[in-house]
Design a protein around this ligand. Sequence first.
Ligand SMILES: [Zn+2]
Ligand SMILES: [Zn+2]
Length: 158
Amino acid sequence: MALFLAGKSNCAICGKPVAASEERVLFPPFVANKRDPLFHLSDGVVHRACLDRDPLGAEALSRREEALAQSVPSARVCVMCSTVVTDPDDYFGTGFLGATASALGRFNYLHLHRSHFSGWSLASEFRGAVAAHLSLPGWEGPTVVFDPLPRWARSAPR
Ligand SMILES: [Zn+2]
Ligand SMILES: [Zn+2]
């Protein structure tokens, strides 16, 4: 979750400092794609009033709730074997990738044991969606590499 320093942290919407007395909303780092319309809120703080006035405010709040619910350890249920992934080295998760109806959106909030990836029925579709979309101009940010198991990398291997 974003760090909040009263009077020092600036609102990600209006740019003005958020005072201790002001109602505020803190966001976790919930957007990976720098081209996403909500990226400026990721890991940020906003005035509650600014968020309520913002046309994307309601969506931001629901994505925030989703991200928080999906980030607790008990939510890390492997899509392959339905058990909770406890070994961080064996964990892969996607978070929010794109609108639910998009080719990437069907893989939002995916959790799995990396070691179970190759046995997953949608493994090749997921690889295809990553290859097709994470290299497009609509995506800027970390990418998924397969070596051969999936992991996040800061940027695409050159
Ligand atoms: Zn504000
Ligand atoms: Zn598993």
